[in-house]
Write a protein that binds this ligand. Structure first.
Ligand code: SF4
Ligand code: FES
Length: 361
């Protein structure tokens, strides 16, 4: 029998799926929530109070593009009044000096700015939005002037991974405190574009070398977090730090998910914040208990020395690649599913240099 779960530490609030950009690796579901279904300001404020009461400390305001919500400042005020640490995850598009200063006055604690590429040509092509890079650079300057702590979130893949050294330099130029070098994880739209986004083996070797060198050189100056490309790893990542253990996601329409991609798993029953208290959903919701702890694990993981390190990996990846959410993550070298992943990787490696993307629309 599993021990009672701890309260969650973090909540990701997907305020909207609307976004001016159309990145081909967007982690939003391929079925996007319509504006009409989005929670109201008052409902979000109530969700933030419930989250704080439940034990959540950090609130990540995300999307889509959260700045597409005209009530963003009010939402930050509500979150701060609830006592939550607030992190805005944004492309920067939709922010200007007036709004950023209002967010500062509202008490916003931290900004995480996405970066699609280090040149306008590359960034605008990947983001599918002409002029986006120029506006983002302006927003980055304003973030620095106002004094928000900044994390640069650089999503890396085949087309931009060779620019990794310059990407790290850009984080320094923008006075970021931290850079998250996140190689694309193949969920949502990224799965549709997998063959176009999959890095080449030599790029992965070089990226690891670049990161190791930069971590040493920039110690005390820039924190570097590196999410390596999954398919080139031997063991899976501890997705969500273990299902239902640390964090929860609330979709624009109020559906509460154990992770952003969980809706792809058939048979899971999701609750909505409009219908059930967040506390009940966290402790007793069927979706949260489906893969919580270790009881659900297949025999291979049950008997494995990494069981409490990676928790069997990512349920959504097992579903997406193997069609079985209860299987070990196919990234795992011990898993029979690894052969399927290797076959996909071999296909991806034959990809062309300038791929056509299916943009998120
Ligand atoms: Fe992780 Fe399961 Fe593989 Fe062990 S067998 S490394 S627990 S996925
Ligand atoms: Fe859902 Fe990993 S993304 S468990």
């Amino acid at each position: 029998m599993c021990a009672a779960p701890n309260p969650p530490m973090a909540m990701l609030a997907e305020l909207t799926h609307r976004c001016p950009l159309a990145c081909p690796y967007c982690s939003n579901p391929t079925e996007l929530a319509a504006k009409e279904t989005e929670l109201s300001t008052e409902t979000w404020a109530d969700v933030f109070r419930q989250a704080a009461d439940l034990g959540v400390l950090q609130l990540h305001l995300s999307g889509g593009e959260p700045a597409s919500r005209s009530d963003l400042v009010e939402l930050v005020i509500a979150a701060r009044e609830a006592g939550l640490y607030t992190n805005l995850i944004t492309s920067g598009i939709g922010l200007n000096e007036r709004r950023l200063r209002a967010l500062d006055d509202a008490g916003l604690d931290h900004v995480q700015l996405s970066l699609q590429g280090i040149t306008a040509e590359m960034a605008d092509r990947i983001g599918g939005y002409t002029g986006g890079f120029k506006r983002k650079m302006h927003v980055a300057e304003l973030i620095d002037q106002i004094g928000f702590p900044l994390t640069l979130n650089a999503v890396m893949h085949r087309e931009n991974l060779d620019d990794l050294p310059a990407t790290i330099e850009m984080a320094l130029r923008l006075n970021a405190r931290r850079i998250e070098i996140a190689c694309v994880q193949f969920q949502g739209w990224a799965l549709t574009n997998r063959a176009a986004l999959q890095p080449r083996a030599e790029q992965v070797v070089e990226a690891k070398r670049t990161v190791a060198e930069a971590v040493e050189r920039l110690r005390g100056q820039l924190v570097i977090d590196f999410v390596p490309p999954d398919y080139y790893s031997d063991y899976p990542k501890a997705c969500m730090n273990g299902w239902g253990s640390t964090g929860l996601n609330v979709s624009p329409d109020g559906t509460v998910l154990p992770c952003h991609a969980a809706a792809i798993i058939p048979g899971l029953e999701f609750d909505q914040v409009q219908a059930r208290p967040l506390r009940d959903i966290w402790y007793d919701g069927p979706a949260f208990n489906a893969f919580r702890g270790t009881d659900w694990m297949p025999e291979l993981c049950q008997g494995c020395e990494r069981r409490d390190i990676d928790f069997g990996g990512c349920r959504c990846q097992a579903m997406a690649i193997l069609g079985d959410a209860t299987a070990p993550d196919p990234v795992c070298r011990k898993s029979p599913g690894r052969a399927t992943l290797d076959a996909l990787l071999a296909e991806d490696r034959q990809g062309v240099e300038a791929p056509e993307y299916v943009y998120r629309r």
